[in-house]
Structures are given as C-alpha cells and as structure tokens.
Write a protein that binds this ligand. Structure first.
Ligand code: PEP
Ligand code: MG
Length: 583
C-alpha cells in the first residue's frame, strides 16, 4: 500500500520532526521524555479567601503525583533499567518530604502566589541550593527536584501527557527522547528494551549514535528541539534511515509505516541468507569483514552476522558507568569471554580510549579541548597503573585464543615504544606472580591522527597491523567536532583530503605487508563500500548489524575497475562521484 493523496494531507497535519538518522530501522512506540524542560506556568495572585482552597489544590496534586510515581515503580517491567526504579523512589522520597510542601504552602500564604508559581519559585531556590553543594551526589539532586516539581505542575495543569502506563505498553515500544545521552547514560539505558532513541544534540559518529547502533535500535540525533516538542506518552513513528519522526500520526499514516516496518524486516531476513557466503569481489579479491563491539556480550551478535573476527572491541565501555575501576581479574574474564565466544577467530581489543566525551564517573570534566587533550593512549601512558592492569589482563586472556592489541590515538613513535615497554613490564609482573599468559601478541595502532597517516611508513614497519579510525581522522583533518550538530554538515567523509590519507595508509601498509582495515563508521556504510574497495581496502570492521549490507555490495563489485576510477579522481583531488562507481 502507498499513501493516497488524502492520507498525505493527514500526514501534513501530523507534526513531523527531522534530524540525522544514525541507526536504520523503523520504530513505532510511546515517547518517554527524559528530564523534560521546565513547564511554562501561570502566574497569578490568589485572593485571601481562596488561599485555603489553593493549599488543598497543591496538597492534592502532590498526593496524586506521588501515587503515580509509586504505581509506576511497582509496575516496571523486569527488563527495565535498575536505575529507573531507584530514580522513581528518590522522587517519591522528595515528595514525602514535609519541608518541601510546607515551604511551598508558606509562599502561597505569604505572597499569595498561585500554587504553580509558588512551586516553581521554591523549586528554583532549592535546585540552586543543591547545585551549589560540595558533595557531587547532593549536587545531582538538583535535577531530581526540578523533575519532581515538573511532575506536580503537570498534575496541577491537568495535562494528560504523562509517562505511559507501563502496564499497558510493552517495554520494547518505548522511545527515549532526550537532550543528549552520554555514553554512560546509554550504558544504563541499554539494560532496558527501547524501540528508538531521539536526541536534540549529537551527530552520526557521536558516541550516542555508536552505542545506539551497538544496541541495534533506530536512532535520530541532532534534532534540535525534539525534547521540547514531544511530550511523554505521545505516539511516535521513527524512521531511522531518513531521520524523520512523526508525532501522533493518523491511522492511515500508522498503517503505511507498519507496512514499511514489515518490508524492512523482510529485507533483513533476505540479507541473512548471505551470512555464510564469502566476502569476495567479482574479480576474486578476498575481503575480511570483522565486527566492532562495545561489550563482551555483543560478540554473539558478531558471530551471528558472520563476522570473521572482532576488528574493534572498545574496551573503555567496561570502565564507564561505574564508580570504581574494573580489576585485572574482571577485565581478564571480560576479554577471555569474547575470545571464547569467537573460538578460532581473532579478537582485536583496543586499549582504553578514555577522554573526550568518554570519562570515568568520578573524573572532573575534562580539559579545555578534550578531543585534543589527555585522551586514549596519552591518558594511559599518564596513568601507568590503569594501563598496566589492562595489559596484564589482555596477556592472560590471550591464552584462550588470538588477541590483538590495538592502541588508540597514536601520533608518535615513542608512544608505540612506550606501549611495548608496558607489555614487557606486564610479562615480567605475571611471570613473578607465576600467572600464565601468552607471548608474541600482535600489536597494532589506530590511524586517526592526521600526522600519523601522513608519516605512516615507520609505524607500518614497526607494528603488526593498522586500523584506520575514520571517525576521529575526519574530525581532526577537517577540524570538525564529531559531536557538534552545528557543524555536522561539514563533517565530510568524502573530502579528498580524508580519502588521500586513507589511500596513503592502505598503500604503505600493502607495501610493508601489513594488514590495514577501517574500523570507523565509514566501514559499515554500504553507500561507500565500493569507494573504499576503490581505495584498495581489504579489511572492514563495523557494527554487526551493518555487515551483511556491506557484504552484499562487495559481492557485486569489481575491485580493480573501482581502483582505477577512484585513483584517477584522487590524483586530481576531485570529489568522488559515488553514483559513477555503482554498476
Ligand atoms: C574512530 O575514531 O574511527 C574509531 C573507530 O574510534 P572511536 O569512534 O571509538 O573514537
Ligand atoms: Mg577514535
């Protein structure tokens, strides 16, 4: 079925929002707005004889809000994130606090403010007091106060927009709407089953997008004002490919999208047939397709998609969303479990890439320009205790199968040497403790700083393999913050300068006999697969969900013909016309 013109009419009366679709797929579900913006409230003075009634209005609204929260906490599905229940309980406790209500009643009496005005005034004051507290935990309670006040204000306003009745709504049809979701928050959210993520901020390679992709959940980011325009309980259609969100659509529009969703699922099922087919081009070039993962459990999805190994395990996600550091044993278990899952397939584990927007929970926010600061290998070399613990865990886990160590954000040869020294130190420490470990572990580096790509030769000689991190490489070559939606249109993977650096790295790697792969988001974008083949790329690592789309492209491509076309455009520093590469 396609839309009739009358339905298009209806579509045009549906609120339609757009942003950048970063994870493909359709979702139809109910909005859950995270920390909604303050409500606009009526401000008026209450006549003295009306004051007792105003007090009652306030006390009743608090009681209703409290009851709603309690029943919500009681009806949370088993698979809802644990934090959600804790948060709801904190909010119930705040509403239980007699001081809060007494103070608001006092403002009503003394200043003759209406209940809403008194609540916002007092709430603002309290939130400011909390925000100034030394203790970080207490400081964070400022947001809880704001959220609790908003809840009471909604009761007062008689708004029907409310958190959905979680009894009535299957948990996997909830759509998270937020200003932004930090990687640590995503870690918490990934425990729950959500149908989609929508955020005001972020770009296609922001870590929010990457984690959403790892959860295989449609996501639209950089929407600008989605949190302000969507209310809790709104029915939403999300098109993660086009980056479109329809709010409270009409029945015909809903029916159309249900069909599209079903067709998309059928297409995925057809692709699944390619799982065991080899990734070979029409002219016989064998391509290695590996998977990117963030958590050990995701190795199962990598295998299911037919990945030939793990090309990038972002180990920092083991360190985030918690207040302590994972011990050597805990890390060993995590790495070993991936290796065991992957059997005889190689597992590339990237050492900690903390810094920029990925920080430990207890770390003060970050340097003046975190993307250029103490990040990744720089952070590790400055914190040898943390780094050495990770290396020891990696060496121990590699007894169970092939582990390759990948160093992020390298720009200098002495950083590689420092890592080699750290590996040596770890061997000696394990030997002293009599703990078994594997030697001769392969060492590679991410190529994501332009300086390294430009002067790649000695790195290609010294290291066992190279993996191009296009997400950061593009950011640094073009001076575009990858998470800043205001410059997202300038984030251009197809810029000839970026492609020349990729081509140069591949060529030098080829000459040195060292494998080169791409593990940035470009590797999983089937629209540029042919172009990457044309640059001579033979190794791709991507989210498991993208693997079969890319494999399909590879099996229909003629690699040598693509190389000729791409080389001639690059020689002239021209933009490559993707359409000219297809067919
Ligand atoms: C990259 O920069 O391309 C990459 C794969 O690493 P991350 O996205 O984790 O920075
Ligand atoms: Mg990177």
């Amino acid at each position: 079925m396609t839309l009739e013109s009358s339905d298009v009419q209806m579509l045009s009366s549906t609120l339609c929002l757009s942003g950048q679709g970063v994870v493909k797929g359709y979702a139809i579900g109910t909005a859950v707005v995270m920390s909604a913006a303050s409500l606009e409230v009526a401000h008026y003075r209450v006549a003295p004889e009306e004051l007792p009634a105003e007090h009652h209005r306030l006390i009743d609204a608090v009681a209703t809000a409290r009851k709603d929260l309690q029943s919500m906490a009681a009806s949370l599905p088993d698979d809802a994130p644990r934090e959600l229940a804790a948060l709801l309980n904190v909010h119930v406790m705040l509403l239980d606090d007699p001081v809060l209500i007494q103070q608001v009643c006092q403002v009503v009496t003394e200043r003759q403010y209406n209940a809403e005005w008194a609540l916002t005034t007092q709430g603002q004051l309290l939130a400011e007091q909390f925000a100034m507290m030394e203790d970080e935990y207490l400081r964070e309670r400022a947001a809880d106060i704001r959220q609790v006040i908003e809840r009471v204000l909604r009761v007062l306003s008689g708004s029907t927009a409310w958190l959905p009745n979680l009894d009535a709504v299957a948990s996997d049809s909830l759509i998270v709407v937020a200003r932004d979701i930090s990687p640590a928050d995503m870690m918490r959210l990934r425990g729950g089953k959500f149908a989609a993520f929508l955020t005001d901020l972020g770009g296609p390679t922001s870590h929010t997008a990457i984690v959403a992709r790892s959860m295989n959940v449609p996501a639209v980011v950089g929407m600008g004002r989605v949190r302000a325009l969507v209310r809790d309980g709104d029915l939403l259609i999300v098109d993660g490919l086009e980056g479109v969100v329809l709010v409270n659509p009409s029945e015909p529009v809903l029916a159309e999208y249900r069909q599209r969703q079903a067709a998309y699922r059928r297409e995925r099922d057809a692709l699944a047939m390619l799982r065991d087919a080899p990734a070979v081009t029409l002219d016989g070039i064998r391509i290695c397709l590996e998977a990117n993962i963030e958590l050990p459990e995701e190795a199962v999805a990598a295998l299911a998609a037919g990945a030939e190994g793990i090309g990038l395990f972002r180990s920092e996600f083991l360190f985030m969303g918690r207040s302590d550091l994972p011990s050597e044993d805990e890390q060993y278990e995590a790495y070993a479990s991936v290796v065991r899952t992957m059997g005889d397939k190689p597992v590339t584990i990237r050492t900690l890439d903390l810094g920029a927007d990925k920080t430990l929970d207890d770390e003060e926010a970050v340097a003046a320009n975190p993307a250029l600061g103490l990040r990744a290998i720089r952070y590790c070399l400055a914190n040898p205790d943390i780094f050495d613990t990770q290396i020891r865990a990696l060496l121990r886990a590699s007894l169970h199968g092939e582990i390759r160590i990948l160093i992020p954000m390298v720009s200098q040869m002495h950083e590689v040497r420092a890592v080699q020294d750290a590996i040596e130190r770890a061997c000696i420490a394990l030997q002293d403790r009599g703990v078994p470990y594997a030697r001769n572990i392969k060492l590679g580096a991410m190529v994501e700083i332009p300086a390294m790509a430009i002067a790649i030769e000695p790195f290609a000689e010294m290291l066992d393999f190279l993996s191009i991190g296009t997400n950061d490489l593009i950011q640094y070559v073009l001076a575009i913050d990858r998470g800043d939606k205001d410059v997202a249109d300038l984030y251009d993977p197809m810029h000839p300068a970026v492609l020349r650096l990729i081509a140069h790295t591949i060529n030098v790697g080829e000459r040195a006999g060292k494998p080169v792969s791409v593990c940035g988001e470009m590797a999983g974008d089937a629209r540029v697969t042919r172009m990457l083949l044309g640059l001579g790329l033979t190794g791709f690592s991507m989210h498991p969900q993208q693997l079969l789309d890319v494999k399909k492209q590879i099996r229909q491509a003629h690699s040598n013909a693509l190389r000729v076309k791409v080389a001639s455009a690059l020689n002239r520093a021209e933009r490559i016309d993707l359409a000219a590469l297809s067919g």
